[in-house]
Design a protein around this ligand. Structure first.
Ligand SMILES: [Zn+2]
Length: 91
């Protein structure tokens, strides 16, 4: 198995110290952009983790941290792979 993105993090870490299993699913936004050939996108991501308050036995509540993001993608043109189609003069 090969990692194709290099240092790309699919899940941005949450800054909330009480957050468990949190993070921002930035990869979903990127995948959406790729499938829509979108080059630039801004938006808001909400943490997927749960917040546990120490010393309390209550149910964890969802972490409400959110980040605003701006993604820019650069698509490489792969049209060059097509060889020029010339009519071969046949003799
Ligand atoms: Zn969180």
């Amino acid at each position: 198995m090969q990692a194709a993105g290099g240092a790309f993090e699919p899940l941005l870490p949450c800054s909330n110290l009480d957050c468990q299993g949190g993070g921002f699913e930035i990869l979903e936004a990127v995948e959406w952009m790729i499938s829509n050939r979108c080059e630039e996108k801004t938006g808001l991501l909400v943490c997927i983790g749960w917040e546990r308050i120490k010393g309390r036995q209550t149910k964890p509540s969802p972490c409400t941290r959110a980040i605003s993001y701006q993604i820019k993608l650069i698509y490489r043109k792969s049209d060059r792979a097509k060889p020029p189609t010339k009519n071969n003069a046949q003799r």
